[in-house]
Design a protein around this ligand. Sequence first.
Ligand code: NAG
Ligand code: NAG
Length: 306
Amino acid sequence: MAWIWKRKSVIATGLIVVVSLFVVVVNYSGKPYDLLQPVFGQSFSSHWMFYRQPPKAFKPHPGYLSIPKQEPLKLHCDVCSIVSSSGQMLGQQAGPEIDRSSCIWRMNNAPTQGFERDVGRRTTLRVVSHTSVPLLLQKPQYFFGQANDTVYVVWGPLRNMRKDGKGIVYNMLKQAAENYPQARIYVTTEERMNYCDTVFKKETGKDRIQSGSYLSTGWFTLILAMDMCKEIRIYGMINDTYCKTEGYRKVPYHYYEVGSRDECAEYLLHESAPYGGHRFITEKAVFAKWAKTHAIKFLNPEWQLS
Ligand SMILES: *[C@@H]1O[C@H](CO)[C@@H](O)[C@H](O)[C@H]1NC(C)=O
Ligand SMILES: *[C@@H]1O[C@H](CO)[C@@H](O)[C@H](O)[C@H]1NC(C)=O
């Protein structure tokens, strides 16, 4: 009788080991979404691609440090809607759709007030150029008081961002953080700025400084978003061939500066500027490439990415 009992306990132990192993494998594969893949099929392929990448989101990011505490940036973003400042936003009524995403990113001082139907109401994060900081400081109570749940990520060259008292933009931000202690202001570290230049060189083969150009706020935004968001939806950004397309929609460069130079005229001017321009068109070609390996979608106008 004893051997029967023994065999039962061996089987029982075996079963427990097998079940535990299964649980461990499912939990530690870290990709429960793979299991859902056959059920949801093609339409979820972009999600599926994302989960194949190492999960970087949700970890504190050492490339962006808070003022004044110097703490790394922490964000919890699943779907990030990035709202471009382009006049393409006008008349698309994308506001309600944008407001439904977990995080909403805007650039510089792009307003929501008066444009809610087209650009939405909520703002989780703003990526701000050092040159736009004075524009925020024209309405400090609005940006840093009323909008104190918005995270501000400021990028700029060391000469303006240095912390030794000689960085004019850093000093302005430090003052703002003193006046509005609840404001959430971060600056891009020098290492991270250099990294963004390195990425430009790697993608275009051109040295950013030698080619006499500046990276755009869009460039810094996308590099940050690829680290912090599981899925990225970009609204109102045109692709690299848009301005060569017959009958393209002529819109203002910024949706909030109606009557200013049109978008394509501005893009062409910058692209050909021998010095001091943004290479918007070159950057867009790089973004299209990134969209092949990251969960990035471009809407209004939609990009056809193969
Ligand atoms: C933070 O923002 C909320 C919402 O706009 C506002 O009610 C509150 O007064 C703000 N706090 C400070 C200290 O400005
Ligand atoms: C770029 O935009 C133009 C104009 O909207 C469109 O015709 C073309 O298909 C787009 N190309 C890609 C690759 O999305």
